[in-house]
Design a binder for this molecule. Sequence first.
Ligand code: SAH
Ligand code: SF4
Ligand code: F3S
Length: 452
Amino acid sequence: MTRKIFIKTYGCQMNAYDSARMADVMAPHGYAVADSADDADMVVLNTCHIREKAAEKVYSELGRLRVMKRERASEGRQMIIAVAGCVAQAEGEEMQRRSDAVDIVVGPQVYHRLPELVAKLGHGRRVLDTDFPTVDKFDSMPQTTRVDGPTAFLTVQEGCDKFCTFCVVPYTRGSEYSRSVVQIENEARHLVDLGVREISLLGQNVNAFHGVGPDGEVWGLGRLIRYLARIPGLYRLRYTTSHPRDMDDDLIAAHADEEKLMPQLHLPVQSGSDMVLDAMNRGHTGDDYRRLIERIRAARPDIMFSSDFIVGFPGETDADFEATMGLVREIGFAQSFSFKYSSRPGTPAAAARKQIAEDVKAARLQRLQELLNEQEAHYLRASVGLEVDILLEKPGRFEGQMIGRSPYLQPVHVVAPGYAIGDVARVRITTVMSHSLGADLVSSFAPAAVAI
Ligand code: SAH
Ligand code: SF4
Ligand code: F3S
């Protein structure tokens, strides 16, 4: 009998990857993916604990599901509710105590056990598994059977040993772990066979990657990228999220000499103040970051940078905040994420005196976001007139129109008769929209010319 599973994803791209893998794990047990909870036999909330707001969303969603589950029960039908992801890892036990609706709590390192956990349910029994087993979960998961267009995520590294003082990730995801190169290569080849043309390598600190290579040696991310770039049919590689401290020479060199590695880098800096960076335990100064950006730009002059920022970290003064604004102005980011500091239980910064008032955080965030938005708009405007290759990802809103991505990750709209999703088109950027670009085909370029 076919059952339906609905998986709702919160948080980062690694959660998105994990959700797809949970679907793969459940498929052989008769579960097909549903688009909503409405007629699903099982609902999985794949949760995020990074900021308070993210975690709260889960509790309100659980409230709604609880009502649905009751209604189902009154009709004699079952609805299994599972909570996965980082909230499950951090407070799964308490969650089960607080809500009788939660049947399964499953931590991020044991998704391969989901079918077993489902099998254990029954007669009012509920289960929790938040182990960090030594067995490689990736070994125990089946190959994916579905891809969503020509781009895909591939997790190569998990966990974090950096312990930034504001962050829950080292607690929810455990210590750093890298998959083996062979395992990654197999998955990448399989994705390409399914039609994927661009792979984003993922990790909480993806450039801390140190996986065992086919030669038995430990490989860094630069070497992995060069190796994967040899896969026929794979046009593009990206990676995220990187830590400034882990940008080694070989990875920077790969930006200079590996054509398939896209000129785009998300490199979170969090703050421009040395005092705050130190209190955050980031392990570098503002100037270290500036120098690093220079070195990467020297390797790949057209590289696009994006970043993450936290405002209102405990003890952040007006001068500290201005230092962040100064750094942003100097470097110029094409697109960034910025957040008010959110105090997370169990992290050192949560216990710091000198927490910053909400209204101060809000005012700083607004100023920072205005500046970042200006920079984003400037970056988009500066693209007009450029000729770029775009990878066509999906149909556009109008007949014949398609949406692709430039090497710099910008969405580009183009009318491209004769082209198919997954093709690369050479275009000239003509117009700017709020977060995307419009372009015309460069006519001398035929899709077949890019087949690799
Ligand atoms: N490993 C990445 C970040 C992963 S978390 C890195 O080191 O850069 C993604 C982003 O969430 C962080 O870059 C940070 O800007 C933000 N973040 C993490 N914890 C936060 C907190 N407690 N409050 C506000 N923002 C936070
Ligand atoms: Fe969190 Fe810092 Fe690790 Fe990034 S490097 S996941 S911010 S502890
Ligand atoms: Fe959130 Fe966990 Fe990712 S806390 S950002 S889902 S690693």
